[in-house]
Design a protein around this ligand. Sequence first.
Ligand SMILES: [Fe+2]
Length: 283
Amino acid sequence: MVITVEQLIKRAGDLPPIPQTAQKALLLIRNPDTNVSEIASIMAVDQVLTSLVLRWANSAYYGIGNQISTVQQAVMVLGLNTVQSLILASTVASYLDRPLPGYDLERGEMWKHAVGVATGARTLASRFGRQISEEAYHAGLICDIGKLAFEFLLRDVRVDRPEWEDLTFLELEHARFGIDHATLGAEMARRWNLPENLVSAIAFHHNPSQAGEHGRIAAAVHVADAAMMVLGYGIGKDGLQYKLDPVAMKILGLNENGMPELIECMTTQIQEIESFIGFDWKS
Ligand SMILES: [Fe+2]
């Protein structure tokens, strides 16, 4: 069975597009010629974005107390990278919270997995500087977005068939349907006007050696994804056939000895997020 991207995206028609205001704000944030007040003006027309940045800027986490009253002040306190993360997280969070029966994922599992991968990818990419590590966080958060539109195809697919034993799950998706969740997710991100580094990291998060100039981000997401599998978060059907790409380890300057340290660091960070947002990861 071969299915086209168009058919799949049509099938995922119940996914609301990223709101116009969020898209405009993301475009402005990426433009080096834009100033904070332009970004704040766009965000200020959207109630959801306004309340989101004000809430975060006034949260105990930033230690300022309830002193931030305008979007512009909030954007300055949070910084553009955090604002970008908040916009992305708030717009995709509701999608990520749904159950994905095709991947054997219960409601909330994909969201937990996404936050964990994002956190791990940021840690791994921190050696390349703040900019790349924040980009890796965003990419990790939405790397599996294609699963939302893909999962219905997999509902009747059994993964214990011997002929698929040597395939990664991505290869299995491709062999069965002529497309995979990474390619589909990248196409969705492209249609949402997300930046090329995110599109590319989504497309190659299972094959980071093919990500070209965005290889570092894709590698960070890939290894963090593998670590989340080891940690046991968000393991569905596809987790059973996950292959860690050695090229990704090389790109990140990691060897096998580095994995336990990464996993320990991710566990701590996940626990911190849990206590900060009151999220119950074990539920
Ligand atoms: Fe994936």
